[in-house]
Design a binder for this molecule. Structure first.
Ligand SMILES: [Fe+2]
Length: 291
C-alpha cells in the first residue's frame, strides 16, 4: 500500500490496497501503525458493499454491537453494527423534514467523538460514501493531540485530571431536541470519561472533548460548561482542522480517542446522501485505562 500525508502528522491517504479483499496480518498492522501516527486515514475509490465493509471493520478489531439512534426499529440496513449516516427512510426515500430521526441526526453537525456517551467508547470509526450530494456536506476533523500540545501549561495543569459526564441527551439539548422516549432516556444515561487521555499507540496526550459533555465532576455546571466551550473553541481552531470533501466510494477512518469530527450541512431536502459507518469499540471505559 502507498501512504501519503495529506496533513502532516494528522491525515494520510492510503492507495494501492483493495479493501474488498481479506487483509493480511501485515496489512492490519501497517494500517494500525498509520492510524497511530496520523489519526485520520482516507482510502479513496473503494467500491465496497455492506458485506465487504463489515468484513474490513471486523478484521481491524472488535465492533460496536449497538446503534445509538432514535426510532431504532426503523432501520434500512441489514447489519446491526452498521450505522446509517444518511437522510433516507426505510424505503429509500428522503426523510420527511419533521422526521424525528432527521432532527436527531442534525446533532452530527456538532463537534463530537463517536460514542463518548457509551461506558466503553469508540476506537476507530470508518465512514463509507455510497451516494453523495452534488455539493457541500464535508466532514471536518480536529486533532485533539495538537490541541493539547498547544494549550497553555496553566490550562493543562487545570484540566489534566478532570472527569466529564457525556450523554446524547446533552448534545441534543444544545439544538433544542428533547423528544426522547422514556426508554431512550434510560439508554442515554450519562457516563463518565477522562478529559485528558494518553493514546496507547503514539503515547501522545489529547483532550477528550465532545458536545456530548454536560457536566464536569466537582464543578458547578455553568462553570464546567464555560470551560468545555472554551476548550472546544480552542481545539477546533482552523490550524487543528482538516475538512474532507467527499468523493463517491471514499472510506474515511478516524481514531475517536484523539480526534473530534462534525458533519457540515448540505441540501438534505432535495439530495440523497447515503453513508454507512462501522465502528470499533475501545478496550475499556477511559477511567479504567492508564492516565
Ligand atoms: Fe460522528
Amino acid at each position: 500500500m502507498q501512504i501519503k500525508a495529506i496533513r502532516p502528522d494528522f491525515v494520510a491517504e492510503i492507495t494501492e490496497i483493495d479493501l474488498r479483499l481479506p487483509l493480511s496480518d501485515a496489512q492490519v498492522a501497517e494500517i494500525d501503525k498509520v492510524m497511530d501516527h496520523f489519526a485520520v486515514v482516507v482510502f479513496p475509490a473503494q467500491a465496497l458493499n455492506d458485506d465487504q465493509e463489515f468484513a474490513f471493520a471486523n478484521r481491524l478489531g472488535p465492533l460496536e454491537e449497538t446503534r445509538a439512534v432514535v426510532d431504532v426499529h426503523k432501520q434500512r440496513l441489514a447489519y446491526n453494527q452498521m450505522n446509517d449516516i444518511s437522510n433516507l427512510d426505510v424505503d429509500g426515500s428522503i426523510l420527511a423534514l419533521d422526521d424525528r430521526r432527521r432532527m436527531f441526526n442534525l446533532g452530527n453537525l456538532l463537534w463530537h467523538s463517536d460514542s463518548s456517551f457509551k461506558a466503553t467508547p469508540a476506537k476507530y470509526s470508518m465512514l463509507h460514501a455510497r451516494i453523495i450530494p452534488p455539493e457541500d456536506g464535508n466532514t471536518e476533523f480536529a486533532d485533539m493531540r495538537a490541541a493539547w500540545d498547544r494549550l497553555p501549561e496553566k490550562t493543562k495543569h487545570q484540566i489534566e485530571t478532570l472527569v466529564c459526564d457525556h450523554s446524547l441527551i446533552y448534545s441534543r439539548a444544545q439544538l433544542g431536541f428533547d423528544a426522547f422516549t422514556e426508554q431512550e432516556l434510560i439508554n442515554y444515561t450519562p457516563v463518565p470519561q477522562r478529559l485528558v487521555r494518553r493514546h496507547p499507540g503514539s503515547h501522545r496526550k489529547s483532550i477528550y472533548l465532545a458536545s456530548h459533555i454536560g457536566t464536569v465532576h466537582g464543578m458547578p455546571r455553568p462553570e464546567a460548561m464555560v470551560l468545555i466551550r472554551d476548550l472546544i473553541e480552542h481545539a477546533t481552531a482552523r490550524e487543528f482542522v482538516y475538512s474532507h470533501k467527499w468523493k463517491q466510494f471514499d472510506l474515511v477512518m478516524w481514531d475517536n480517542r484523539c480526534t473530534m469530527h462534525r458533519a457540515r450541512p448540505y441540501d438534505d431536502k432535495n439530495h440523497k446522501r447515503d453513508m454507512r459507518r462501522m465502528t470499533l469499540t475501545d478496550c475499556a471505559p477511559t477511567l479504567e485505562q492508564p492516565a
